[in-house]
Design a protein around this ligand. Structure first.
Ligand code: ADP
Ligand code: MG
Length: 339
């Protein structure tokens, strides 16, 4: 029989990969913010319109890209962040898969302006559905501006599946919170339909949390600090009396990356045992720093899951550290929860 297997054209492969990387506007926001952070930005602006359906723009003052890199960045598996497999064990960047820009450009209209500090002139590039429409020299400040318009313009089923602007804005805001909390040393501004939603100056962890969640948060926070050979833990837990029925203020950051971990969540719950009702959740903002060689973040394209080498030890350390913090701040069990 004749051979029938063929390699897919790049733009088709990109569109398929985009299905995993880009679920909704908030996914684009995450990828662009992370690229800005990896570029060493001090200050990042996020501008969106209509829940991100019609515009998502991220402007940074990071290292920028050369004219060639500005094109290369949109190739699949093109990255400046790793070169060989071993680099996966010493990651200190958010990105490494070299997939985000290629995926986004396959399903949206993207416009870039970028300039490295030392270059005289900037590059202006437009790419639509993986096709470069133009590239020209322009004048722009140091750093990079990426605008993503008409998300899913060529995948009607996906576009129709998007929720209301308000719901998409909520997802974007959640993503923005996570990234901003992971990087208090970077200033962030967030504008939606022309009005400023957040203006976060450079801060420490506590100030950043309070800027995002409001001044009432400050009195709720109990500091958590521990350093062992396996992990350095910092951040805050909310005092037990502020535990809520609904979830929402539970955050783990591992090496400055927001992650979800039912297992570590359970360790926190175990530390609060007897202090809160069994149907309520304590708030926490916990920053774990571990040796990059001891984790695998490459489980899913969105990188919100992480595999730890020794999660049992981590569990035990986390639980006892939080118990200790609760004890230190004289948090004692309430006799009657219903009062
Ligand atoms: P990854 O982040 O995994 O490397 P991306 O597709 O997100 O893959 O980006 C591809 C490359 O484009 C990056 O490795 C980086 O070199 C470059 N790049 C993307 N965004 C920026 C930015 N805001 N500033 C400077 N370089 C960028
Ligand atoms: Mg990236």
């Amino acid at each position: 029989m004749a051979d029938i297997i063929k390699l897919l054209p790049d733009h088709v492969a990109n569109q398929i990969a985009a299905g995993e990387v880009v679920q909704r506007p908030a996914s684009v926001v995450k990828e662009l913010l992370e690229n800005a952070i990896d570029a060493g930005a001090d200050s990042i602006k996020l501008i969106i319109k209509d829940g991100g359906k019609n515009l998502i723009q991220v402007i940074d003052d990071g290292i920028g890209m050369s004219p060639t890199d500005a094109r290369m960045g949109f190739e699949r598996h093109a990255t400046s962040k790793i070169q060989k497999a071993e680099d996966l064990f010493r990651l200190n960047t958010k990105g490494f898969r070299g997939e985000a820009l290629a995926s986004i450009a396959a399903i949206a209209h993207v416009e870039v302006q970028t300039k490295p500090e030392q270059d005289e002139m900037a590059t202006h590039l437009r790419i639509e559905g993986s096709e470069i429409k133009f590239q020209e020299v322009c004048v722009a400040p140091k750093g990079t501006s990426m605008s993503v318009k008409n998300l899913f313009f060529n995948i009607p089923a996906r576009r129709n599946f998007l929720k209301s602007n308000q719901v998409e804005l909520r997802h974007i805001t959640d993503e923005f919170h996570r990234v901003a909390m992971a990087h208090p040393n970077i200033a962030f501004n967030f504008y939606n339909n022309g009005s400023e939603l957040f203006n976060l100056p450079k801060a420490n962890q506590r100030q950043r949390i309070v800027h995002i969640f409001g001044s009432k948060t400050n009195e709720k926070l109990v500091p958590v600090n521990e350093e062992t050979q396996v992990v350095k833990i910092s951040g805050f837990i909310n005092k037990p009396e502020f535990a809520k029925r609904s979830r929402g203020e539970q955050f783990f950051f591992v090496n400055n990356r927001f992650i979800k971990s039912p297992y570590l969540h359970h360790a926190v719950l175990a530390a609060f045992e007897g202090l809160i009702k069994s149907d309520s959740y304590p708030g926490y903002f916990l920053y774990l720093d571990v040796d990059p060689a001891s984790i695998d973040i490459n489980i899913h394209p969105t990188k919100t899951e992480v595999k730890f080498d020794d999660e049992h030890t981590l569990y035990a350390i986390l639980r006892s550290t939080i118990k200790h913090s609760l004890g230190q701040f004289n948090v004692v069990p309430a006799l009657d929860f219903d009062q």
